[in-house]
Design a protein around this ligand. Sequence first.
Ligand code: ZN
Length: 255
Amino acid sequence: MPREREDDHGADGLARARYCADCASWRVVTPCPVCGADLVAEDEGEDAPVAGAARGPSRGEFTLRLLREVAPSLPGALVCALLSGGVLASQTLLPFGDLDWPPRIVAGFVACAWLLERARAARTQGADLDMIALGGVLLRALYLLPALVGILTLHPAAVPVAVVFALLGPLLLAALAGEEPLTDLAPRALAQALLATDGYARYAALSSVGLAAVLVALGWDEGDPLWRGPAIGLGAALAGTAAGLSRRSAERTPE
Ligand SMILES: [Zn+2]
């Protein structure tokens, strides 16, 4: 049984939530009831005084934790930014007038690959750009590419696809990036993951922001690749991290 420490309680008896990185979840008891990590020793050292009595994390705490999860992915985001920015630059540098779509599609593939790789790494707490996993990730990026680039066509059928990605983005992306995507993508498995995720709406909002940044940068005609590349790299990193973290918390949440 998890043991609550007395100093975790404020004057009004509410426990303060602390972040468990292993579970990507906020816990009000320490050690973490799921993985057993000592959450006080991890980020506060000594027995810190309990400030306030917030049940969940404040927005600042959540943002700080998110940045700590995203920050290690910056080298990968840079690679993605250089590749996609370079491809998009060919749009303006090549002496053809109507070559909008080929660079956009290739840059979209780079974005999909980086997004899924980031989701895989965040979900498993693994390293980015793992060469052993990269082959499978590249293959799955081909599955994701038509949906993502299809939204850019602004065809009427793109609207429901965009809505699905806004609502279910973290679920679908993390399932696609997992080791058994066919099993994870089954409706029942998706529903279970949704119910088990801590704070799903927050992850869905973050992944929507990331996906929107990628789509705007890809679709912006004649925009400068100097900002479009970084927007794609960072947007995909954010969306992938949100997807991976949501699934990590779902996998570690007890019944
Ligand atoms: Zn934990």
